[in-house]
Design a protein around this ligand. Structure first.
Ligand SMILES: Cc1cc2nc3c(=O)[nH]c(=O)nc-3n(C[C@H](O)[C@H](O)[C@H](O)COP(=O)(O)O)c2cc1C
Length: 140
């Protein structure tokens, strides 16, 4: 089965309080479980970074719904790539919203954009590893 990983960043239209964010993720996790999709949602202030991974059709269908969601804007697709194994296999949607060291996504995005539109995948792998390490601390 061909698997796909999608990584995007976006900005909340209106910052969500913790409770609302947790409810959004609980709903998302339920649907993701049905679709066989795993991933993580990182949220710091009004910035989101999400990773979606799973069967390519399921991931694309889900992403097209997420793109239409008016709760966020300025959506930047960072990567759509075929994968052999998942980075977040244990999480139908892990939530990282209280990190010891906020990840400076704005800085990375700007820096990457300066590189003539070429995403720096090494940077992104580092960010994914950081988010996963945070997740493992919250939900070992
Ligand atoms: C930042 C963000 C991340 C989301 N992540 C997911 C997700 O991982 N899975 C999911 O089913 N819905 C997610 N949603 C909600 C979807 O956009 C959509 O509302 C949901 O899938 C229900 O779609 P429907 O109303 O067409 O049934 C997310 C929404 C936002 C704003």
């Amino acid at each position: 089965m061909a698997m796909l990983q999608i990584i995007y960043t976006s900005r909340a239209t209106q910052p969500l309080d913790k409770q609302t964010l947790r409810e959004l993720v609980a709903d998302a996790s339920r649907r993701n479980r049905d679709l066989g999709v795993t991933g993580v949602l990182y949220c710091s202030d009004d910035v989101y970074l999400q990773v979606l991974e799973g069967d390519e059709k399921a991931v694309l269908v889900l992403y097209s719904d997420i793109l239409r969601d008016e709760r966020h804007q300025d959506i930047h697709t960072v990567a759509i790539r075929p994968i052999d194994s998942r980075d977040f296999a244990n999480w139908s949607m892990g939530l990282v919203d209280a990190v010891s060291e906020p990840i400076d996504l704005g800085n990375v995005l700007n820096r990457d954009r300066d590189r003539a539109g070429i995403w720096n995948h090494a940077n992104w792998q580092t960010i994914l590893n950081t988010v996963r390490a945070e997740l493992e601390m919250i939900e070992p």
